[in-house]
Design a binder for this molecule. Sequence first.
Ligand SMILES: C[S@@+](CC[C@H](N)C(=O)[O-])C[C@H]1O[C@@H](n2cnc3c(N)ncnc32)[C@H](O)[C@@H]1O
Length: 623
Amino acid sequence: MQLSVRLPIYDPSIFKPPVVSSHTSTPRSSTPDLPSTPQSSRVRITTNESELEGSNKSNTPKASEGELNATWEMWDVIRSICNYDQRLSLTLDLTPPLPSSAGVLKRWAAEPMHSIFLPASTFIANAKGYPVLPKGTQTFIRDIMKYRPTVIVEGANKGVHSRGGETAYLQYVRHLEKTSPALQAMQQPGTVENFAQGYHDYLQAPLQPLMDNLQSATYHTFEQDPVKYRNYEEAIYQALKDWPESDRIVICVAGAGRGPLVARSLKAIGRSKRKAFVYALEKNPNAYVTLQDRLQREWGSKVDLRFGDMRALELPEKVDILVSELLGSFGDNELSPECLDGAMRFLKPEGISIPSSYTAHIAPLSSSKLFQETQAGRDVKTAETPYVVMFQAVNILSGNGGGLAGRCGPQVQECWEFEHPRRDAALDSQGLPLTNSHNTRSAKLTFHIPHAGVLHGLAGYFEAVLYGNVGLSIHPDRKDQISKDMLSWFPILFPFKEPLYLPSNSELQVTMWRLTNKRRVWYEWYAESFLPVWNAPLPEVKTKESHIGPVVNRHGSWLAPAATPVAPPSPVVDAIDLPFPSDRNVETPTRSSEDWPKTDIGLVKIGQTSLHNPGGRSSWIGL
Ligand SMILES: C[S@@+](CC[C@H](N)C(=O)[O-])C[C@H]1O[C@@H](n2cnc3c(N)ncnc32)[C@H](O)[C@@H]1O
């Protein structure tokens, strides 16, 4: 049995009466209205049409964040008590006008949207009388068409619109589908969306090219990416051009695979008109066969092939430029730092590494689908293992901007960086690091969560500087400037075993480590949630017999007469105790919450996940 819950998504402000200007207040209302008394004289409900017509749009009170969240909160309760059952899905009812906030609408992308419900009455008539949808609804539907929802049009045969009949609704929905930017991108060859078809929200184990030998088909997939190799060639070309004039420049491609970077190095040498020679190293015997074949047929004496692990091999001479592509979706997760530590012995002191650096980035993510998938194994291992995923039905929960207290970083934040060559590792007599401790990393990052949501995982991305201003990036905001349409890497997901509810305007602190021992590298992560609150100082104490305001008792706690709000609701303000008889003459002036100096914002911790993958118990990368 499948069950789809039909829920309306709407802008609650449409149900609010317009605010009539404050001139209608009585003189007594010069005292600021208290937040706890919304039905003050400034707000009137009217049914008088002329008054309603006269009130302009800006007079309509905006819906509060809590009201905007109401439907989603309802859904969150339903699916949580149903334990994220795969048979439960969502039908979005678009009958009432949609909220205009993109952040509020975006969250539905992370939910199991099965259908959208569109009554004929939601359609408006265009100039010729045919049914069309309001602009905001059009955009929303175009956007969600990538999830292939079933569109249910109700009442198409009721003659609501004068032109087009029943089929006009269908034709219009088809038109929205055809003009959906996401679906158009999927149909265009060469785009990531086109390449990724069939892989959306599909969990894949990250590659381990050091521990495992990659298959020919995997190399073949890599080689489909024109952007990665184009950028590598450009970086090598620029490095050659910048290298001081000399007789012979030595390049080494470390981890050559089936040879595409060797071929690009030779191209860059040709373009730069410099004299150069290439060493190619590879430890995978299957790929090495292809390299030998290409040496014979294509490269001849321009290339010297060496078989083995770059951490143990020797070369007959030092090299000027070390080219490698040992990067994973999180930058360092295929052990590029450790492999390049081993290969740095080949590089001259003034030599160049391409890439010269790479960084790992994360953002908090919500996705019912991915949560269900990582829970499917019903064991801790599948629930705390990183996966490579082309994200689709996800919502990034963080916003840009510092949050209420200005402490939070951007939507996607950098965890750490690796640079090559690095000069700070302690080396043995062969030039190899004594330990791997210099490759451990940690990060503590704070994210602003503008709209309530449920945290299910961390989306991970990388960026690399190849040389100068040439790079590679899958960072959502920068990928298109740095390496548009690059296909080689999908993002990585660090899942959470249990969902963490995050209220609107909360802060999320994520702590993450890259750890290592002699045989393995692994990641550990956990998250904590906080709610910003105003820290209100205690009021000045006055003795005034007649006053009925709040008092401070002998314990320093607040005493308030009934119905007198004395401070903004805040978990950091002491409890309101009943007065002791002896305290009755100690009183403070009445204050509204607006009088409190809002100088200091504190944080109250509201939740935490467990530590994921401690000691690399569920997932690790073999050295
Ligand atoms: C991600 S693939 C890139 C292959 C190729 N350079 C390309 O761009 O298509 C990384 C390659 O490095 C090789 N590799 C990884 N670690 C190595 C090591 N320690 N020594 C030698 N080769 C290594 C792998 O076998 C694999 O062929």
